[in-house]
Ligand binder design. Structure first.
Ligand code: 0O2
Length: 221
């Protein structure tokens, strides 16, 4: 029956998940290369920090049911694209786009979809840039392309999203209206903070270009 089938699926999923771990490791290496390159050769890195996770089997199966997709590995492989998830947090919005561009231009990654929730936030206020890629995983007897979802966002967007995520689970998805309103308002403020931080940075950069801050580039006695 269905129960037996689900147990069987669960066993196969463990091996299946390993392939996502391999794919995630490949993309993490790419991100670490960028990060270390920036840290060693420039005075600035657009990457603040990186988190990653593999979706748990329970959450995968939840999503399978929610999507009404068939509980077969083939159909899960096809329809669930965030089993491997990487989150890159940046200081500025422009950095988020910059990092996305650097990743998307790598020839061994297939860019499947870019969801720009920064330009088009979700109705609840959620902002982030989601890049879904396929990365080749070289197994002993074949090459498999696995999906990896890379979420790129600013510190402010990340702050908002982690609180919203906790609230959503606290209320099991049925968040009271007034809290939803306040979350939307907080998302607008987070976006305003991002804009303000960028404007401060631009002003400082312009000043630095005009007259170097003491000690830097000054011709001493
Ligand atoms: P977790 O705990 O991060 O794994 P769906 O997942 O069905 O909503 P879709 O199209 O599969 O939608 O993917 P989408 O929109 O790219 O969202 C996938 C992931 O983005 C989510 O994974 C979250 O991490 C994040 N995300 C999307 N919308 C929101 C939101 O409104 N609030 C917050 N806090 N995060 C969001 P999971 O599996 O939901 O969660």
């Amino acid at each position: 029956g269905v129960a037996v089938r689900m147990v069987d699926i669960r066993r196969q999923l463990t091996e299946f998940q390993l392939h996502y771990k391999f794919g995630m490791d490949e993309v993490l290496t790419k991100i670490n290369v960028l990060r270390e390159e920036f840290e060693h050769t420039r005075d600035y890195s657009p990457i603040e920090h990186v988190n990653y996770r593999l979706k748990s089997l329970d959450r995968i199966l939840d999503k399978v049911q929610r999507y009404g997709c068939e509980p077969t590995l083939e159909s899960i492989r096809h329809s669930i694209r965030d089993i491997a998830g990487i989150r890159i947090t940046c200081s500025f919005v422009s950095d988020a786009y910059w990092v996305a561009e650097m990743l998307c231009s790598q020839p061994d990654l297939r860019v499947v979809e870019v969801k720009d929730y920064i330009r088009n936030p979700k109705l609840n206020g959620y902002q982030s840039l989601h890049v879904i890629v396929q990365v080749p995983v070289y197994l002993s007897n074949r090459t498999e392309f696995v999906y990896v979802e890379v979420q790129i966002r600013t510190v402010a967007m990340d702050f908002w999203a982690s609180l919203e995520h906790k609230i959503y689970y606290t209320y099991d998805g049925e968040v009271p209206g007034d809290i939803l309103d306040e979350l939307r308002d907080a998302a607008v403020k987070a976006a305003e903070l991002d804009a303000q931080m960028a404007s401060i940075r631009d002003r400082v950069t312009a000043l630095k270009d005009q007259a170097p801050v003491s000690g830097q580039g000054a011709t001493g006695p």
